[in-house]
Write a protein that binds this ligand. Structure first.
Ligand code: PMP
Length: 593
């Protein structure tokens, strides 16, 4: 049950000395003050998005309830006020980044759009076949894919700086990649999956020695440290408002004037033109050349309020507090048995990615079990699949801290993890049986429809997600372990974030009965495999194909609690079962295609 807490107030113990008045600060973030699954929320998913203070919520509400009008065009009062607030926020961002001029601040939807803008506009003008773009192995997908698209369109080549064992940027390797063909370097300032703070100034200096411009992806840097684009001397700097306590859907591209001037518009539309005729259109001056259409005015106003809020608290005080949180959390999490931190470079921002190896607990299970204890962390590949592949893990769990987090919350995270590890260790799974006597499961009823009715009846009694989750886990626990010989590549179900295998056969002595066994390293997914076995294993292939399995998962209320990635994983498992069924009834193309 989720609900707002009014009383009693959670005491905030502060064993870490901090210049921030945490109790007062936490009171200004209403979302922090609520129960999740009956426990006080501990929000540690700040690298994905941060919570918002009243300063931002009030600015949004004020804007919409008093000043709302379109900007730059109206002669009326509201239009003037909206324009004034919008441009005042640009000046706030300029000061926040220490940019030389307000025209160097372009409002965009977020870091992703900022990078796409540069890839598209700078790329169109300056990048040609055979040219090179340099990124690093620790980039977020939004600093990989736009460059791949550009390379596909132009014939340019993407070069990737490798990273070391601790998740550190390998500077010598970077320097080796710089050459006369390099047209742009685009590097993350702070890694979202590892926490590594990259040597941004030195990265820029090295590129500039070759006359190469540099874009810094500051999505994870801006919330944690003061940024001075003139000291960094970077050519572009990108960040998102929502990670720095501002609204979603708004972000900033900083660019040096001479580069922005030289680049063609990104999108065409209103506000970005000086004059339009069918014969020739001329473009507006900076920054409007890059702000086509009605912008996210409220978002800009909210972002301005967020940056002023951060500056009023003091960026050095925030950085200092978060550094202490990071040290404390690292020490506490290292004390959890079997837990391994991925990303231990120095210096590091307050982000801790981790896996539990012994007993092995999938990141998905860690995240789901922590959520049931009211603790929000992120699990998955964090939009950094190359980083996961570099460290040989499918996914990690990630706790990321913000200015409002406390040492007490870290104590509770560590204690919760210890409980989870102990609970999983206590029910360690037996190893698989010999291949010869594998018990293929028999369906729990005589048809998928009848089996579904039985399962639906069971789930009807379970209201809350934690009860349903528990029921699925228990089904997974009873799943017979898959013999190692079945864990082959051919049986691997791709498209799932965890490792999933599914081995199927036509039941010996029957014409059309499919039976299968499955397994996964994630308890939740084992549970879903068990549900699929109960529904389908031992059923006639034609009946499996006729059954509406998506509708069934919706009916029993499981799909709403699965992330998009999980739902895709479930869909991949269902598709695999259907493919086997289709093969039996000889309709392979119809079912798979
Ligand atoms: N770069 C990094 C390092 C990030 O952490 C993120 C968000 N996770 C992005 C880029 C993309 O930001 P947005 O989704 O706000 O555009």
């Amino acid at each position: 049950m989720n609900g707002m807490i009014t009383t009693p107030k959670r005491p905030t113990r502060q064993p870490l000395p901090t210049a921030l008045d945490l109790e007062k600060i936490r009171d200004t973030f209403p979302a922090l003050n609520q129960l999740v699954h009956g426990r006080p929320l501990i929000y540690l998913d700040n690298a994905a998005t941060s919570q918002k203070p009243y300063a931002v919520l009030d600015a949004l509400s004020r804007y919409y309830s008093r000043d709302n009008a379109n900007i730059h065009r109206a002669v009326h009062q509201l239009g003037e006020r909206a324009t004034r607030d919008y441009e005042a926020a640009r000046a706030v961002v300029q000061r926040f980044l220490n940019a030389a001029r307000p025209e160097e601040i372009i409002f965009v939807r977020g870091t992703t759009e900022a990078i796409n803008l540069v890839a598209s506009s700078f790329g169109r003008k300056f990048v040609h076949a055979g040219d090179e773009i340099v990124i690093s192995h620790m980039e977020h997908h939004s600093n990989i894919v736009p460059w791949q698209l550009l390379c596909e369109a132009t014939g340019a080549v993407l070069r990737v700086v490798p990273i070391g064992e601790r998740g550190e940027f390998l500077f010598d390797e970077y320097e080796k990649l710089l050459n006369p063909r390099t047209k742009l370097v685009s590097i993350v300032h702070v890694s979202n999956s590892l926490g590594t703070i990259n040597p941004a100034k030195q990265i820029v200096e090295a590129a500039h020695r070759h006359g190469i411009p540099v874009l810094l992806d500051g999505a994870q840097a801006v919330p944690h440290m003061a940024i001075d684009v003139r000291t960094l001397d970077c050519d572009f700097y990108a960040f998102s408002g929502h990670k720095v306590y501002g609204p979603t859907g708004i972000g900033v591209l900083y660019g040096k004037t001479e580069l922005l001037e030289a680049m063609p518009p990104y999108q065409g539309g209103g506000d970005m033109i000086a004059s339009v005729s069918f014969a020739k259109t001329t473009y507006n001056v900076l920054p409007y050349k890059f702000e086509a259409g009605t912008p996210n005015i409220a978002g800009v106003v909210g972002l301005g309020a967020a940056l002023e809020y951060v500056q009023a608290l003091g960026q050095d005080a925030i950085a200092d507090h978060e550094a202490r949180l990071l040290r404390y959390a690292t020490e506490k999490l290292q004390g959890v048995p079997g837990l391994r931190i991925i990303g231990t470079a120095e210096p590091k921002a307050a982000v801790i990615s981790f896996v539990v190896d012994d007993p092995p607990i999938s990141a998905l299970d860690l995240g789901t079990k922590l959520d049931l204890k009211g603790i929000a962390v992120r699990t998955g590949h964090h939009c950094c699949q190359p980083v996961m592949e570099r460290f040989g893990v499918p996914a990690t769990a990630r706790a990321s801290f913000a200015l409002y987090n406390t040492a007490e919350e870290i104590d509770r995270l560590a204690a919760a993890l210890e409980d989870i590890v102990a609970e999983v260790a206590a029910r360690a799974k037996p190893t698989g049986p010999a291949l010869v006597d594998v018990p293929f499961p028999t369906a729990s009823a005589e048809s998928p429809v009848a089996a579904a009715a039985e399962l639906a009846e069971l789930f009807e009694f379970l209201n809350a997600w934690d009860e349903r989750y528990q029921a699925v886990l228990e089904m997974g626990d009873k799943l017979p372990p898959l013999p190692a010989a079945f864990k082959s590549d051919a049986n691997r179900v791709h498209g799932c974030q965890s490792t999933v295998h599914l081995a199927a056969r036509k039941r010996p002595g029957t014409a059309d009965v499919l039976e299968f066994l499955g397994d996964s390293d994630a308890d939740l997914v084992r549970g879903l495999v068990a549900v699929l076995e109960r529904l389908f294993s031992g059923q006639r292939a034609s009946e499996i194909l006729a059954f509406d399995v998506e509708g069934f998962f919706h009916r029993i209320g499981l799909d709403q609690h699965l992330t998009l990635g999980r739902r895709n994983g479930l869909a991949a498992m269902v598709q695999r079962v259907r493919r086997h069924a289709a093969a039996i009834v000889g309709q392979e193309t119809a079912a798979v295609g």
